[in-house]
Write a protein that binds this ligand. Structure first.
Ligand code: C5P
Length: 287
């Protein structure tokens, strides 16, 4: 039996570039793994069976753990099965990559449980068929993500001197329509931030003001759900050094410098937690 923590991610900036011939979009983003986890349990079994703590009547075949196990079974030709139980904590449809994290964790866990000889390159090729965010979760370290989500450049960040306050107001944002609303063409181009400057400055305020670091989905979601922009402003008024939406939404995050008075973060946490139960203080995972 294997028990593994499957952690979420945040995006610090998300540029959606041109539309590709395969219908996807080229992206540019800094992905950071964070200390918000689902717990996954893997046991030998004859078939692939998945249970979760979420009582949502969704058939197991649609669960990304199931899809990942099935894809690995097909790729390797193994006849081994697995029983997977997922204790769900990461809010779903929230821009935190919860489902993708579970798929990535499943691939890595089954490599061990099934004792399969498969390279990282082969695992990445399976991961990208499961979802654009899944390849990131195989490395699960701060990464500049490009392409449709499959071009990974490890970001050699030694420290991240901020606590992260996540506020998820429970607004479900459908990814496909968010991309469509942007109306990107094949020729679209935009400036992208040079994240290496963050390594140089060490301060996200300085870095983000130089590049006006943005999430391109914010204007789309803010127009439909003005509360999100209010949360962004409120995070700043509570003392966050920087605030932005993660992924295609709707989780908003605030960075609180570890040099600041921790009371600021605590009072922001209390305020948001009373309104939105899915409010968390988390940290970046650097390893
Ligand atoms: O890959 P994933 O299943 O997460 O993508 C969901 C949808 O989001 C895709 O079908 C596509 O419409 C859109 N998408 C995109 N460009 C990306 C990632 C996702 O257009 N890089």
């Amino acid at each position: 039996m294997l028990e593994i923590r499957s952690n979420a991610k945040i995006n610090l900036g998300l540029k959606v570039l041109n539309k590709r011939k395969d219908g996807y979009h080229n992206l540019h983003s800094l992905f950071l793994p964070i200390t918000l986890f689902d717990r996954l349990e893997f046991r030998h079994n004859d078939e692939i069976t998945v249970t979760t703590t979420i009582d949502d009547f969704v058939p197991q075949e649609l669960n990304l753990c199931y899809k990942a196990a099935k894809a690995l079974q097909r790729f390797t030709g193994t006849n081994q099965g697995v029983y997977i139980h997922c204790e769900k904590v990461i809010p779903m449809g929230a821009g935190l990559g919860g489902g993708s994290a579970n798929a990535g964790t499943t691939l890595l866990a089954l490599k061990t449980l099934w004792n399969i000889d498969i390279s990282m390159k082969e695992l990445l090729s399976i991961a990208v068929t499961l979802g654009s965010d899944v390849p990131f979760f195989l490395h699960n370290t701060p990464t500049i993500v490009g392409g449709k989500g499959d071009e990974l450049t490890v970001f050699p960040m030694k420290e991240f001197p901020y606590s992260i306050l996540l506020v998820n107001p429970g607004i479900h944002s459908p990814t496909v329509s968010a991309f469509k609303s942007l109306g990107r063409t094949e020729r679209f181009s935009a400036d992208i931030p040079d994240y290496n400057d963050f390594l140089h400055y060490g301060s996200f305020e300085l870095f983000s003001s130089k590049y006006s670091l943005e999430n391109d989905f914010e204007p789309i979601l803010f127009a439909e759900f003005p509360i999100l922009e209010e949360i962004k402003k409120k995070l700043r008024s509570f003392g966050a050094n920087f605030s932005i939406m993660s992924g295609s939404g709707s989780t908003m995050l605030g960075l609180f410098s570890n040099n600041n008075d921790s009371e600021l973060l605590q009072s922001a946490y209390q305020y948001f937690r009373d309104i939105y139960p899915s409010t968390y203080i988390v940290h970046c995972i650097l390893t």
